[in-house]
Write a protein that binds this ligand. Structure first.
Ligand SMILES: NC(=O)c1ccc[n+]([C@@H]2O[C@H](COP(=O)([O-])OP(=O)(O)OC[C@H]3O[C@@H](n4cnc5c(N)ncnc54)[C@H](OP(=O)(O)O)[C@@H]3O)[C@@H](O)[C@H]2O)c1
Length: 263
């Protein structure tokens, strides 16, 4: 069981999935450190968190910089004295181009956000997480297991994030570390795939992303976010090292029971 007011760091909390994770955590009375670059959006999410019964600490910063990740952990510990969970959710999908045409700086930037930032945050928070048998939820993607043309950095970064999670779980017996696939979610990232991949992505792949939106097949962020919030608070030790689906009934059912059906 988590403590009454668990302390959770959520990256990419300014919009989309991460903002919804923060709101569900607030409903469970959590203290949430909200990390992303857009300060104005973060302050709006912080207001939601307080309205829903939680506490919020805003860190407006780029997680690709190791110093910012250390600062997020340091200020959380200074203000709240503990860390119970870390949700590595910040992500970018670009560059969207065949490998042969990608900009190396953009490719490196993707790996910095999707892979190195989770490592920086784990590295900075692991001692605190060990103290309270904490949890690490790495938000991955089905792309980790797919060879999606024109999405090379993202697929590679998420595959590496899954393997990082496995090694982390092997090394840290007191911490529960897992990766989760949130499905296809109606956020800005999907809009980027629909709108910015033209000319690069194969036509059938492009049509697939557009049809998901047109046919109402994208998941509302609140649904996978509830599963992620539940995992951050309750994931059992046997999940450590696993790459799990958000709609796995072992997750989605207790998430609905514990956190409810609406925010
Ligand atoms: N949407 C989907 O269908 C889908 C599917 C599979 C997996 N996922 C994963 O789910 C996670 C959340 O994605 P989303 O769909 O919610 O996307 P989103 O709406 O684009 O949100 C991405 C979040 O990451 C933050 N972020 C990006 N770069 C950052 C940086 N350098 N430093 C700090 N924060 C940064 C953004 O905030 P700022 O711009 O304010 O920094 C934003 O809060 C990602 O890891 C993504 O790969 C999404």
């Amino acid at each position: 069981m988590p403590p009454a007011n668990p302390v959770v760091i959520v990256t990419g909390a300014s919009r989309g999935l991460g903002a919804a994770v923060a709101r569900w955590l607030a409903k469970a009375g959590a203290v949430v450190t909200l990390v992303a670059r857009s300060e104005e959006n973060l302050q709006q999410v912080a207001a939601d968190v307080r309205r829903l019964g939680g506490s919020a600490h805003v860190v407006a910063a780029d997680v690709a910089d190791v110093h910012n990740c250390r600062l997020a952990v340091k200020t959380t510990l200074e203000q709240f004295g503990r860390i119970d969970a870390l949700v590595n959710n910040a992500g970018v999908v670009q560059p969207l181009a065949p490998i042969a045409d990608t900009d190396p700086d953009e490719w490196r930037r993707n790996i910095e956000v999707n892979l190195l930032a989770p490592y920086y945050l784990v590295r900075a928070a692991i001692a605190a997480l060990r103290q309270h048998k904490g949890r690490i939820v790495n938000v991955s993607s089905g792309a980790a297991n797919l060879a999606l043309e024109t999405v090379s950095a993202y697929c590679t970064g998420k595959a590496a994030l899954n393997h990082f999670t496995r090694v982390l779980a092997a090394e840290e017996p007191t911490v529960t570390a897992l990766a989760v696939r949130p499905g296809v979610v109606d956020t800005d990232m999907q809009a980027t795939l629909r709108n910015e991949a033209d000319n690069a992505m194969p036509a059938d792949q492009m049509a697939y992303y557009r049809q998901l939106k047109a046919h109402g097949e994208l998941e509302a962020p609140e649904i996978p976010a509830r599963a992620i919030a539940w995992l951050a608070l309750y994931a059992p030790r046997e999940f450590s090292g696993r790459f799990l689906d958000h709609d796995d009934p072992r997750i989605s059912r207790p998430a609905r029971e514990v956190l409810g059906t609406s925010l």
